[in-house]
Design a protein around this ligand. Structure first.
Ligand code: SF4
Ligand code: SF4
Length: 189
């Protein structure tokens, strides 16, 4: 007997993810080993295997509105466990990149702000200058007083450097410039 409703997979999203990450999500056979090993899956609304499945189905709404990709800690446990050699972490990154490019509001804006603040800081200082990154994050989130007590404790215990070292700043800046020109080239290709 034929089902009443036929769900036809939409391949566009899977193709976009493949183009961005080089990962073929269609190799996934839903063994869920990625989800079983993920250390933050307890906090995710959809498990990594479900996100992979939603990408294959072309369920943009689920993929882009999900908190999962923004909670991903890039630990690569899923990647090492996948019997099909799908680099799930790269897929998570690709979804974030595509969402940002399409102007989709991140499901956890604080994570997107943190990523931007961290990258801007590394680009300027050559490596992470924590105090500068915290300042950049506060400017983006307007949460000026959040975790202030913790910050003061860290300064008092000299866990936060007051002045950045700028070691390797020139090399890092060149890496950023190179990546930007490669991205531009890929977009125009
Ligand atoms: S890389 Fe992300 S999705 Fe994969 S196991 Fe780690 S936290 Fe989970
Ligand atoms: S471990 Fe690999 S094959 Fe298994 S569900 Fe996850 S992505 Fe799919």
């Amino acid at each position: 007997m034929k089902p009443d409703v036929m769900i036809r997979p939409q391949p566009q999203l899977a193709q976009a993810v493949m183009d961005e990450s080089g990962q073929n999500v269609n190799l996934c056979y839903q063994c869920r080993k990625c989800a079983a090993g993920c250390p933050v899956s307890y906090a995710m609304d959809y498990k990594p295997a479900q996100i992979i499945h939603a990408i294959r189905l072309g369920a943009d709404e689920i993929v882009f509105k999900s908190k999962t990709v923004w909670l991903c800690a890039s630990c690569e446990t899923c990647t090492t466990r996948c019997p099909q050699d799908v680099d799930v972490m790269k897929v998570m990154d690709a979804v974030k990149i595509i969402a940002t490019r399409r102007g989709v509001k991140p499901a956890i804006p604080q994570v997107a702000s943190f990523n931007k603040a961290a990258l801007a800081n590394i680009k300027k200082c050559g490596r992470m200058y924590e105090l500068g990154m915290i300042f950049g994050l506060k400017l983006r989130t307007f949460e000026f007083f959040k975790d202030m007590g913790l910050g003061i404790k860290m300064v008092l215990k000299r866990k936060l450097k007051m002045i950045p070292s700028f070691t390797g700043a020139w090399t890092t800046w060149r890496i950023f410039r190179r990546v930007k020109s490669l991205e531009k080239k890929n977009r125009n290709a």
